[in-house]
Design a protein. Structure first.
Length: 353
């Protein structure tokens, strides 16, 4: 049983905590908060032990009636690995504390790649040995790595060109809006996303450009990949359908991001989360060696299963494939719409009672 602490119980941290708690081979020892807000209360109501992220804040939790089990140092001494889910840039400041407690650490993609021994994506990373820290790459890099890895394995990637239409802010980030504009972000081309993909897939040639739009739900990627070999459109669709962390949206269904979030919620997904890339099946088109498609990436959720796999990567000898299978099963990752077979419902498989 791997004992896990989550430092930071915000947008990503609360999702990672839930995912860890769902794993039969992991124990969530506790989570941290910097202040006694509604998020701290929510953690306690979910049965998670709460720790003060900063030593001098512990009394504030007690004064607010939210009992804490200790401070970050106490949590680090009680776990086998810590998942840093602090805001971008704070992970770098936390690193000396983790090292002082000799606690292996997992960081998020908002940190520079140099923060960890290796950058990680469960589907696409090369073998990682003897690491004491990992960086789970960003939501966009995660989405692109999941897509490009099977294409490169099956057909070879000569060149990938991606335009990212990024959400202006998460639903909770009211300081970022409202906005009424579409803004190059960054204005330089290519953007930083391509080099980050190369932290995972160093041999894949990829250029990216990015725009920021007045939406909160998901990022959208417009993808053009020149392949080394020429598949048919049907072959690419079947290849991508076989990837458990890609969801092919049936033709003429869910053409809006809002529909996707409703769909996830109606399926019982907590917070309406999509851990999978959402690829519009009808957008998948091959002309010669050029592949075109659109995909959506849920920026709040797609890195969550990757964090779970990163925990096993650092602390166990479980194979990458086995870890992904365990994570997928525990969380319910992997969607296959009943409407995906030519628009007609598939036969449902009866559950084993």
């Amino acid at each position: 049983m791997t004992r896990v602490g989550v430092n930071g119980y915000g947008t990503i941290g609360k999702r990672v905590a839930d995912a860890v708690a769902a794993q039969p081979d992991m124990e969530l020892v506790g989570v941290t908060k910097t202040s006694p807000d509604y998020g701290a209360e929510a953690a306690l109501r979910r049965g998670y032990d709460l720790y003060a992220a900063l030593d001098d804040r512990a009394a504030a939790f007690e004064d607010a009636g939210l009992g804490v089990a200790g401070t970050l140092g106490d949590l680090l001494d009680a776990v086998d690995v810590v998942v840093d889910c602090a805001p971008s840039g704070v992970g770098e400041r936390n690193r000396p504390t983790y090292e002082a407690h000799d606690t292996p650490a997992i960081y998020q993609g908002g940190e520079d790649a140099a923060i960890a021994d290796a950058s990680f994506n469960a589907r696409a990373s090369a073998e990682i040995r003897d690491a004491d820290s990992l960086r789970v790459v960003s939501c966009n890099t995660t989405g692109l790595s999941r897509l490009l890895a099977p294409l490169d394995e099956a057909y070879g990637v000569e060149k990938a060109r991606v335009t990212l239409v990024r959400r202006g802010g998460d639903p909770s980030e009211t300081d970022r809006g409202p906005i009424n504009d579409v803004v190059p972000d960054p204005a330089t081309v290519p953007s930083h996303h391509g080099p980050d993909v190369n932290e995972i897939l160093p041999d894949v040639s990829v250029d990216t450009a990015a725009l920021k739009a007045p939406v909160t739900g998901m990022h959208t990627h417009s993808v053009n990949v020149t392949l080394e070999r020429e598949p048919t459109t049907a072959e690419v669709r079947e290849l991508l359908r076989g990837e458990t962390r890609l969801f092919l949206i049936p033709e003429a269904r869910h053409r809006r991001r809002r529909d996707l979030k409703d769909y996830a919620s109606d399926l019982g997904r907590a917070r309406g989360d999509f851990w999978e890339n959402c690829v519009w099946e009808e957008s998948i088109s091959v002309e010669g060696r050029d592949l075109y498609l659109f995909q959506n990436v849920h920026q709040e959720a797609d890195v969550v299963p990757e964090n779970v796999d990163a925990i096993r990567e650092l602390t166990t000898d479980v194979s990458r494939e086995e870890s992904m299978a365990r994570t997928n099963e525990a969380l319910g990752v992997g969607l296959d719409s009943l409407l995906s077979d030519g628009g007609s419902p598939r036969d449902q498989v009866a559950a084993d009672d």
